[in-house]
Design a protein around this ligand. Structure first.
Ligand SMILES: Cc1cc2nc3c(=O)[nH]c(=O)nc-3n(C[C@H](O)[C@H](O)[C@H](O)COP(=O)(O)OP(=O)(O)OC[C@H]3O[C@@H](n4cnc5c(N)ncnc54)[C@H](O)[C@@H]3O)c2cc1C
Ligand code: FES
Length: 289
């Protein structure tokens, strides 16, 4: 990431959609960010005068044709609560795009996405981005949530070998873009795999043959326990894996060292800042064993 490519932009709220359990998808007119933000990068969003610190949010989608960007978020505290009150026409300042996003090979890999809760946006963005830029590619997406998904869901007509017919729930946008996708939850949602999303992916990976597995690269974003499980899955199946981390951030431009994590590079331990060195890291650097 180059600091020179980060800019401040005052965007305008176009639309804000509320979902169950305090989840929202906000669409903002942000002409510059809509043309530059890449999957895995994030914006540092000003949530109004009442909250001192901005909040980091991963881009969910960009639409350069109509100058918009989208974010999906769940309110945890006062910052995102203030953001959720904003309506069409309101101004939102944001800094971005920030961070080293996912690196991807458009030509040969079978990308497999694992997203949990508010970790779904960056992997969903990459799945759509790859499919759009290489229609021949088949990305697979597996998402988990213990609360209702903040997206319209539907019954998938795309078969995924090796999975039970009873696991038919998918996200409508994924289905329309011909991206095989399945959902997991412990909350007994209709059509969802009853368990952790990483168990669902494990079941699917276990029945692939070695040449199918060779092409796979995993991308995951979600709660820490899910990231650890994804890293273990990658180790067990001998797959490359990139993880997008979340840490509290005060500056988001590398100046305060408040977001550092321990990483292992060539068996040496180093401290890296999630905001500018990440948020995406190789799974082996975060969970070496
Ligand atoms: C790169 C990145 C991308 C992200 N993308 C998304 C996204 O797409 N969608 C989404 O919903 N979330 C995302 N997050 C997480 C989101 O930014 C945080 O959860 C955010 O703090 C929530 O803001 P809030 O105002 O709702 O809650 P906050 O007011 O921030 O409070 C959250 C909770 O954390 C505690 N807390 C706050 N600051 C600290 C601190 N410095 N140390 C310890 N505890 C603290 C609070 O007491 C509270 O319990 C992302 C985070 C990162 C780093
Ligand atoms: S948030 Fe300040 S260095 Fe990352």
């Amino acid at each position: 990431m180059h600091k020179a490519s980060i800019f401040e932009e005052t965007s305008e709220v176009i639309h804000q959609e509320a979902f169950e359990e305090n989840q929202f998808v906000i669409t903002l007119k942000a002409p510059k960010a809509s043309k530059t933000a890449k999957p895995g990068e994030f914006a540092f969003v000003d949530c109004g005068e009442q909250t001192l610190l901005r909040r980091p949010l991963s881009y969910l989608r960009t639409n350069p044709n109509n100058d918009t960007v989208e974010f999906m978020y769940k309110i945890i505290g006062p910052g995102l609560e203030a953001l959720s009150k904003m309506t069409a026409g309101d101004s939102v300042k944001m800094m971005g795009p920030i961070g080293n996003g996912f690196s991807h090979d458009l030509s040969k890999q079978t990308p497999v996405f694992i997203g949990g809760g508010v970790g779904i946006p960056p992997v969903l963005f990459l799945a759509e981005y790859l499919k759009e830029n290489n229609p021949e590619m088949t990305p697979y997406a597996f998402f988990g949530s213990e609360i209702p998904f903040p997206f319209e869901t539907t019954e998938s007509e795309i078969n995924i070998e090796g999975l039970e017919q009873s696991n038919f729930a998918t996200i409508k946008d994924m289905e329309e873009k011909q991206i095989p996708c399945r959902l997991a939850s412990l909350a007994n949602f209709k059509g969802c795999y009853n368990g952790y999303v990483t168990e669902l992916v494990d079941t699917w990976l276990s029945q692939l043959n070695p040449s199918e597995k060779e092409k796979i690269i995993l991308y995951a974003c979600g709660p820490e326990v899910m990231l650890e499980a994804a890293a273990k899955l990658a180790r067990n199946h001998k797959l490359d894996c990139q993880l997008s981390l979340e840490e509290f951030m005060a500056c988001a431009i590398g100046g305060c060292a408040g977001c550092t994590v321990k990483v292992s590079i060539d068996e040496q331990i180093a401290m890296k800042r999630v905001c500018v060195d990440g948020p995406v890291f190789d799974a082996k650097a975060i969970y070496p064993q």
